[in-house]
Design a protein around this ligand. Structure first.
Ligand SMILES: Cc1cc2nc3c(=O)[nH]c(=O)nc-3n(C[C@H](O)[C@H](O)[C@H](O)COP(=O)(O)OP(=O)(O)OC[C@H]3O[C@@H](n4cnc5c(N)ncnc54)[C@H](O)[C@@H]3O)c2cc1C
Length: 302
C-alpha cells in the first residue's frame, strides 16, 4: 500500500486507523504478520468509504469480527482489515432477535438469557461474532445459524445496501452464499422462542462443559481446521491416521481433538499451514478423501 493510500485512510478514519498491525495480535491462532492498515468503522457511511476505496484504488478490504476462523500469512496482508466490533447493537421484538454483525455470539446469547428467549444455545462456546458466523454458517454437527436466520442486511459488491430473506441465500454445511454476495454484512434477524431463563442457562453450561471436555480450549486455535467430508468426521479420520500430537514447529495436532491445530508457543502461520498440508496429504493417501479447510487463509502462503 502506498503512502498516499495510507494518507487517504488516515485522513478519513483519523484515530480509528492504524498501520502495520500484526495479525498475531488479533487472531485467535495468535499468528500472522503485518497488516498494512486496520480501521474501526462505526457507521454505514464508513462502509461506503471502504467500498469506494476498494473500487477506486483496488486495495483489498477484509472485514474481521473476532478473528477466530482465519489464518493470516506470516508475510502479512497488504490491504485494509476493518474490524466490525463497533456494529454491536442487539434488540428484540416478541420472538425475533435483531443484532448487528460485530456483536459477539456470547453477547447475543447473554441478551437472549436476559429476555428469556431460547433458540441460540447451540452457538454457545463459538468465540466469534454474528458476521463471522453468518459468513461461515457456523454451528454444530446438527444445527447451523442458517436454521434460525430470518433475514440478513448487507452491502453487496455493487455498493448497494440489500436485505435478503433466509430463502434467498444458499446455505450449506459451513458455507453461506453471503461469502460471494456480501461486501459487508450489517445485521441479521433471527427466530427465537420464549423459554425459561434457568433452563436456557442449564443447557448453556452443559454445552460449555462438553466443549471444555472435548476441545483444547487452553491453547490458541481457530477451532476445527477442516470441514467434515460427506459421510465422515474430519477429526476421526485424522485420529485414525495416527496424527494426533504430530507437530510442525510449535503448531501441533491437538491430542484432545484431532481436527484442532493448536499454537503451543510461538508457532507461525507457516507452521500451521504446513501441518494442514501434511494432514491433507496423509488423509488423501490413506483414505483417498480430500479434506477442505474450514478456516480461511488470508495473504500469501509459501
Ligand atoms: C475454540 C474454538 C471453537 C470453535 N467452535 C466452532 C464451532 O463449534 N462451530 C463453528 O462453526 N465454528 C467454530 N469455531 C470457528 C469460529 O469461531 C466461527 O466460524 C465464528 O463464527 C467466526 O466468527 P469471527 O467473528 O471470529 O469471524 P472472523 O474469523 O473474524 O471472520 C471469518 C470470515 O467472516 C468474514 N466476516 C466477519 N464479519 C463480517 C462482516 N460483518 N461482513 C462481512 N464479512 C465478515 C471475514 O472476512 C472472514 O471471511 C471455533 C473457533 C474456536 C477458536
Amino acid at each position: 500500500m502506498s503512502d498516499s493510500e495510507k494518507k487517504l485512510i488516515q485522513d478519513y478514519f483519523g484515530r480509528q486507523a492504524s498501520f502495520n498491525v500484526y495479525a498475531k495480535d488479533f487472531t485467535t491462532f495468535k499468528t500472522g504478520g503485518p497488516v498494512s492498515a486496520v480501521v474501526y468503522p462505526c457507521e454505514k457511511k464508513d462502509i461506503e468509504f471502504l467500498f469506494n476505496l476498494k473500487k477506486n484504488t483496488g486495495i483489498i478490504v477484509k472485514f474481521v469480527g473476532n478473528g477466530s476462523n482465519i489464518l493470516v500469512s506470516d508475510h502479512g496482508f497488504d490491504g485494509v482489515i476493518a474490524f466490525t466490533k463497533n456494529f454491536s447493537h442487539i434488540e428484540c421484538e416478541d420472538e425475533i432477535v435483531s443484532a448487528f454483525s460485530g456483536a459477539k455470539l456470547n453477547k447475543v446469547i447473554g441478551f437472549c438469557i436476559e429476555k428469556g428467549l431460547s433458540g441460540l444455545e447451540f452457538l454457545t462456546g463459538i468465540p466469534g461474532t454474528l458476521g463471522g458466523a453468518l459468513i461461515m454458517n457456523a454451528g454444530t454437527k446438527t444445527v447451523s445459524i442458517s436454521n434460525i436466520v430470518l433475514s440478513v442486511e448487507f452491502m453487496d459488491h455493487d455498493g448497494k445496501w440489500c436485505r435478503e430473506k433466509r430463502e434467498q441465500i444458499t446455505w450449506k454445511y459451513r458455507y453461506s452464499q453471503l461469502k460471494e454476495k456480501a461486501f459487508f454484512i450489517l445485521s441479521a434477524t433471527m427466530k427465537v422462542k420464549k423459554g425459561n431463563a434457568q433452563e436456557i442457562k442449564k443447557t448453556i453450561s452443559e454445552i460449555m462443559e462438553q466443549r471444555k471436555h472435548s476441545q483444547p480450549l487452553e491453547y490458541p486455535s481457530a477451532g476445527s481446521v477442516f470441514k467434515n467430508p460427506e459421510g465422515f468426521f474430519a477429526g476421526a479420520l485424522i485420529e485414525q491416521a495416527g496424527l494426533k500430537g504430530y507437530c510442525e514447529g510449535k503448531a501441533k495436532i491437538s491430542e484432545k481433538h484431532a481436527n484442532f491445530i493448536v499454537n503451543t508457543g510461538n508457532a507461525s502461520s507457516t507452521d500451521i499451514w504446513k501441518l494442514m498440508r501434511y494432514i491433507q496429504q496423509t488423509i488423501k493417501n490413506k483414505y483417498n478423501i480430500t479434506l477442505e479447510p474450514e478456516i480461511e487463509l488470508i495473504g500469501r502462503f509459501p
